[in-house]
Design a protein around this ligand. Structure first.
Ligand code: CMP
Length: 143
């Protein structure tokens, strides 16, 4: 099925000036960018976005990292988009990421891991709504 997922290019990857390289990987995988915006997240925005992790030991470091510089946020659309994006990102910990994945190629460590992607259909919908209004999404005509 055609799905949408939320993707974030994190501060480490924006600082490395590889937004375009990562966009190329999305496009080569058949994912279309249907909404995009750059943000420098406030502490409150980062805390809200990652609220599901608030009891985890890494939460404060995660919020600190995600507010350390601008991020590029996009909605990706395509066949099986949620799983496809997770596949091309690779494992959360770049040490465990398969060769050729975004995290294997560009991530420094588990905190500065280049990209975020929604992990399921419920979180995808929630995360897209966190950043974008419905009218800000521009679905593409296929074919
Ligand atoms: P992300 O997919 O953005 O979701 C939460 C982030 O927390 C994750 O990527 C990692 O960058 C970060 N993180 C740091 N430590 C851990 C951990 N032990 N398990 C999962 N995520 C972690």
């Amino acid at each position: 099925a055609i799905e949408r997922t939320l993707s974030i290019i994190k501060p480490d990857a924006v600082a490395k000036n590889i937004i375009g390289e990562i966009y190329t990987r999305f496009e080569k995988a058949g994912l279309r960018i249907v909404a995009a915006r750059m943000f420098h997240l406030s502490k409150e925005q980062a805390q809200g976005f990652y609220a599901v992790h608030k009891e985890r030991p890494f939460y404060n470091d995660l919020v600190g990292f995600m507010t350390s510089g601008p991020v590029m946020v996009q909605v990706l659309e395509g066949e099986n988009a949620i799983a496809k994006n997770r596949e091309i990102m690779g494992a959360t910990n770049p040490k465990e990421a398969d060769p050729g994945t975004i995290r294997a190629d560009f991530a420094e460590n588990i905190d500065a891991n280049a990209v975020h992607g929604s992990d399921g259909s419920g979180t995808a919908e929630q995360e897209i709504n966190f950043f974008f209004k419905p009218e800000e999404i521009c679905p593409r005509i296929i074919g």
